[in-house]
Write a protein that binds this ligand. Structure first.
Ligand SMILES: NC(=O)c1ccc[n+]([C@@H]2O[C@H](COP(=O)([O-])OP(=O)(O)OC[C@H]3O[C@@H](n4cnc5c(N)ncnc54)[C@H](O)[C@@H]3O)[C@@H](O)[C@H]2O)c1
Length: 245
């Protein structure tokens, strides 16, 4: 499905990003994996190449820094000659009560989760051609409140708003811009969740289980595929039904 296509996935070293990179590589895409944690990123790139036979390049970057992002995009062009798919996945979710949040805490989460989507999408759109796809990873925290995550909820709400506005601006260039809003997904980033919390989550989820990175990757694969050519500005919720009630 993605033969001769090149995809950048941010935060691809582990968790949901790794699952997305693996799924796109299984579909035949060349992958540029951008992550802060270069040791894990390189190991993951080697693993995905072995599992899929697709080419994977690991690039160290901090998604909140414009200079790093410009190099990430350049790496796609230098290695593969084009950029067809951008997946804005890197994100952090440090729990902290609102009354204890510092300006630094706020800026860090907004920079990594939201400013990064601006930086990556703008740099990508400059080199993308007709039919290219931008998919950002939002969260159900953009629709419902979570205590201790006011900064995170704000950042993900920002992604939803930006997705709709950017979809309009990039429509003339025939670049689709969409987002996926995961529910509770089992990843290294969510490993701080206790067994008791997992039990509570499972009771709230109609599907009675936490999601897996593959559940999110499947939605991203659809949005990155030609099958989604007429879909733009949408936020697809993938949460086992959590937000239905
Ligand atoms: N896990 C969940 O339950 C869940 C739910 C909803 C949304 N999400 C979103 O999905 C995305 C991935 O989450 P995850 O659970 O896989 O996280 P994770 O912590 O397991 O993995 C995140 C990856 O991003 C990288 N990263 C972090 N900061 C970075 C930076 N500044 N620059 C580059 N790379 C950076 C990390 O090194 C790591 O490899 C995030 O945007 C998160 O908000 C996750």
């Amino acid at each position: 499905m993605f033969n001769n296509k090149t995809a950048i996935v941010t935060g691809a070293a582990k968790g949901i990003g790794y699952g997305i990179a693996l799924a796109l590589a299984k579909g035949g895409a060349n992958i540029v994996m951008g992550d802060f944690d270069q040791a894990t990123n390189e190991a993951s790139a080697v693993e995905i190449e072995k599992l899929t036979g697709s080419k994977c390049v690991a690039v160290q970057c901090d998604v909140s820094l414009k200079g790093d992002i410009d190099l990430l995009i350049k790496s796609a062009i230098d290695n593969f000659g084009a950029l067809d798919i951008l997946v804005n996945n890197a994100g952090i979710f440090p729990f902290k009560p609102f009354m204890e949040l510092t300006e630094g805490d706020w800026d860090k989460v907004l920079d990594v989760n939201l400013k990064s989507v601006f930086l990556c999408s703008q740099a990508a759109a400059k080199v993308m051609k007709d039919g290219a796809k931008i998919v950002s990873i939002s969260s159900i925290a953009s629709f419902v409140g979570f205590e201790g995550l006011t900064h995170y909820c704000a950042s993900k709400g920002g992604i939803n708003g930006m997705t709709r506005a950017l979809a309009l601006e990039l429509a003339p260039k025939k670049i689709n811009v969409n987002a996926v809003a995961p529910g509770s997904i089992s990843t290294p980033g969510s490993s701080g969740v206790t067994d008791e919390q997992v039990k509570q989550f499972n009771e709230m989820i109609p599907w009675k289980r936490m999601g897996l990175p593959e559940d999110i990757a499947n939605a991203v694969v659809y949005l990155a595929s030609p099958g989604a050519d007429y879909v733009t500005g949408q936020i697809i919720v993938v949460d086992g039904g959590w937000t239905l009630r």
